[in-house]
Design a protein around this ligand. Structure first.
Ligand code: GLN
Length: 511
């Protein structure tokens, strides 16, 4: 079996048994990136020499018997939304294409502390806004199962690099589905932790009350390993929860007795693809054969989830993205050209004696802001900033933003009620398998509707995971979603692992 076909846990066992070395493993994945990434485009940057040096250091520690961290020399890819000290953190935006943060995100620091080998940084929708990675300003990413299809998004590169065996583990972020949806499209496991489980310090903010960082891998066991490495309270993030982190690696293999699963009526309604429906129902039978009981329930406010999310997320984004002004850091418009343009406009207006227009002319500072932001942001990011600014403006604030916050509370209360009767909720991750590149470019609303089953977990702050559960007739992966109450990642992982014990969807690889 080639190193690339092994799961992270298998590779780790080999490393610990000294049957292979971290340098060998890292080399194998770097070679696979060279081979496959020309077609897939999952990476924005790779750290070939640095990664090999880090791997060599882990090998040295192991050889002399020094303690080795949890990740023991395994390569990890990181979504380019997490700050890496001194190394480009672009957020797939022209605005930050050359930005080198002065510090590491807490998650990056924890990966280093756990002896993970950071292999490269992955492509995404600009500032994580999107569901196909087509909003990246820096490149196209393709689905490894069918290169005419999108990998999903916004963590498209993160899911595609695992799907195409270019990394055994990767880090994504999920604000409304951005870990689970691409994981489902690329046939891998992706977990969105509960809000507060993982520190957001050093994660470039999209919507701060929704954003979470989480693991992507081939198996649930591997996701448990990576989650254990990154989770836990962080004084640098005031929203990170001060709760103990269980040892997910120790518990993931323990089956759950008497698991009570809920099926939300709303997750099986109009628009659900027949093959996805059938695969998820088949998966539910697998759980039943393992002793789970299933009952139908309702999440009555879930029909407002998309509308609520697409108010709250853009509102927070419009505020978070105000910092990109061309002054502090990041892209700035060409000032010489701008000043020349200003002088020219002034001359024309002076010649025409148009005093009103002369007075209304942007000053050089305002013009610099306007041009910087017009040129630095892509169309979707601008759309979100405009939507958010509008919904937060005087006169609309109560009608949109405050109302959305109230509905958000109702969505959370639906889950609180549901989890009184069931342990987990099971359903599809997405309504269809991966769609074609370009298919939704002209229709942002159709793209937003892709998030139908995923955004509620973020609005409610609960944990959720996507696990491969089928392959469509056209050869595209299908994913199921399990949702758990806040901070019940352990339950989520144990149940998902049980499913993988009884099925082999997670062993399938694209050609
Ligand atoms: N597709 C959703 C959006 O465009 C979710 C993005 C995310 O989770 N980062 O906002």
């Amino acid at each position: 079996m080639s190193l690339l076909d092994k799961t992270a846990s298998e590779l780790l066992a080999d490393l610990e048994a000294k049957e292979t070395t971290a340098v060998e493993v890292t080399t194998a994945f770097l070679e696979q990136i060279k081979k496959a990434d020309e077609t897939i485009g999952a990476f924005l940057s790779t750290r070939d020499d640095l990664a090999l040096a880090e791997a060599a250091e882990v090998d040295r520690k192991r050889a002399v018997g020094e303690p080795v961290g949890l990740l023991g020399g395994l390569p990890v890819a990181i979504k380019d939304l997490l700050c890496t000290k001194g190394e480009v953190t672009s957020c797939a935006s022209k605005m930050l294409a050359e930005f080198r943060p002065p510090y590491d995100a807490t998650v990056v620091q924890r990966l280093r502390d756990a002896d993970g080998v950071i292999i490269g940084k992955t492509n995404m929708d600009e500032f994580a806004m999107g569901g196909s990675t087509e909003n990246s300003a820096l490149g196209v990413t393709r689905n490894p199962w069918n290169t005419s299809r999108v990998p999903g998004g916004s963590s498209g590169g993160a899911a595609a690099c695992v799907g195409a065996s270019m990394a055994p583990l990767s880090i994504g972020t999920d604000t409304g589905g951005s870990i689970r949806q691409p994981s489902s499209y690329c046939g891998v496991v992706g977990l969105k932790p509960s809000y507060g489980r993982v520190s957001r310090y050093g994660l470039v903010a999209f919507a701060s009350s929704l954003d979470q960082i989480g693991p992507i891998a081939h198996t649930v066991e591997d996701a448990a390993l990576l989650l254990e490495a990154i989770a836990g309270h962080d004084p640098a993030d005031s929203t990170s929860a001060n709760v103990p982190t269980p040892s997910y690696t120790a518990s993931v293999r323990q089956p759950l007795q008497g698991l009570r699963l809920g099926i939300a009526r709303e997750h099986f309604g109009d628009g659900l693809d027949g093959e996805v429906d059938a695969s998820v129902r088949e998966a539910i039978k697998v759980f039943e054969s393992q002793g789970a009981t299933v009952r139908e329930l309702s999440l009555p406010h879930s029909k407002y989830a998309i509308a609520t999310y697409y108010i709250i997320a853009p509102c927070e984004a419009s505020s978070n993205l105000a910092r990109y002004d061309g002054v502090h850091y990041g892209y700035r418009t060409d000032e010489k050209a701008m000043l020349a343009e200003l002088a020219e406009e002034r001359k024309v207006l002076e010649g025409a004696g148009d005093r009103a227009k002369l007075e209304a002319l942007d000053t050089s500072l305002v013009r610099m802001y306007r041009k910087t932001r017009s040129e630095g942001f892509g169309a979707e990011v601008k759309r979100r900033i405009m939507l958010g600014s509008y919904a937060l403006s005087a006169g609309y604030y109560d009608a949109y933003y405050v109302k959305a916050l109230k509905v958000r509370r109702l969505i959370r209360e639906d889950y609180d009620a549901a989890f009184k009767d069931v342990d987990l909720i099971i359903g599809p991750t997405t309504a269809t398998p991966a769609f074609k590149l370009g298919e939704m470019n002209e229709d942002p609303l159709a793209m937003y509707l892709q998030d139908l089953y995923t955004v509620s977990a973020n609005l409610a702050g609960i944990a959720a995971i996507s696990v491969p559960c089928g392959i469509s007739k056209s050869g595209l992966p299908i994913g199921l979603q399990l949702q758990a109450p806040p901070f019940e990642e352990e339950r989520l992982l144990r149940a998902a692992h049980m499913f993988q014990q009884a099925t082999d969807w997670h062993t399938k690889r694209p050609n």
